[in-house]
Design a protein around this ligand. Structure first.
Ligand code: CP
Length: 305
């Protein structure tokens, strides 16, 4: 692959290569000096049209740890607010000689569109409700730290599946690696026909948690809801929120969340802070995974470090 647009087209071997490379970079990040010269001379633009904390900062850290030249662009404060298009924005940036672009955009397909406008390598950092591949890769790396294999592992993805690029990328990645995926959430937030991706669908949280190894809770994406929220946040928490009682009932269950968390909605606040919630491990792994993706796509001749 020349770009990373989504995991839909990635094989188990390709995903495992990224995870293995990320593990090598994780060792680099444990050293007293957490910087390697691997991407010296490579210019990366972080092109963010939507808000982000984790993805934006961990890409920037990953690029800096690899010694790349980094430029950060956010739509607010740019000429996008004067009406400049994505295509013109990207072509103007490329005219300044850039090598790689990391893009987050509200439109599904924005990253793919960019590959047709510019020559630079494109990495999708989240395009609407389509894909968020580096999030899924860091989730897979985090899961792999707790289990010897993905084969037969039971992972439940719970919440706003309809609006979730994280769910989609994780479904592709987990299925490619041999995990069993269950989706759970209110009918209003479950896309019609999603079973075609080879997943089990349930509308009952208990069914999703029974026999489950990893529960991945998703944020209710209030900003993408067009017809008002149904059920209400209170009803949602009652029916689909993971609570302390669930962690007691299922003593081996691990809980993940891509962030940002609506505390008291997808997860009870005590669950967010529980030792079996591995949410901050996901964030830590994000830097190493993004270093791996940047390194593998940059096509530089050097070894990892
Ligand atoms: N998980 C995630 O994408 O978080 P941000 O929106 O803060 O980047």
């Amino acid at each position: 692959h020349r770009h990373l647009l989504g995991l839909a087209t990635y094989s188990a071997e390709e995903i495992q290569l990224i995870l293995q490379t990320a593990r090598q970079f994780r060792e680099v990040l444990e050293r007293p000096i957490r910087r390697v010269p691997t991407l010296r001379g490579v210019t990366v633009v972080n092109l963010f049209f939507e808000p982000s904390t984790r993805t934006r900062i961990s890409f920037e850290l990953a690029e800096k740890r690899l010694s790349a030249d980094v430029v950060n662009f956010s739509a607010a404060g740019s000429s996008v607010v004067k009406g400049e298009t994505l295509k013109d924005t990207a072509r103007n940036l490329e005219a300044m000689k850039i090598d790689m672009v990391v893009i987050r955009h509200r439109s599904p397909g924005a990253a793919h569109f960019l590959t047709r406008c510019i020559e630079a390598v494109v990495i999708n950092a989240g395009d609407g409700a389509h894909e968020h591949p580096t999030q899924a890769l860091l989730d897979l790396l985090t899961i792999s730290d707790h289990f010897p294999s993905f084969e037969g592992l039971n992972v439940s993805i719970i919440g706003d599946i309809a609006h979730s690029r994280v769910a989609r990328s994780n479904i592709y990645g987990l299925k490619a690696l041999g995990a069993n995926v269950t989706l759970c959430g209110p009918r209003t937030l479950m896309p019609v026909g999603i079973e075609e991706l080879g997943v089990r669908v349930t509308y009952r949280l208990e069914e999703a948690l029974e026999g489950c190894d990893v529960a991945m809770a998703l944020r209710l994406q209030l900003e993408r809801q067009t017809a008002g929220l149904f059920p209400s946040l209170r009803e949602y928490h009652e029916r689909y929120g993971i609570k302390l009682e669930h962690l007691k009932r299922y003593p081996d269950l691990l809980v993940m969340h891509p962030g940002p968390v609506n505390r008291g909605v997808e997860l009870a606040s005590e669950v967010v802070d529980h030792e079996r919630a591995i949410i901050l491990d996901q964030v830590t792994n994000g830097v190493a995974v993004r270093m791996a993706v940047l390194y593998l796509l940059a096509g530089v001749p050097e070894t990892v470090a």
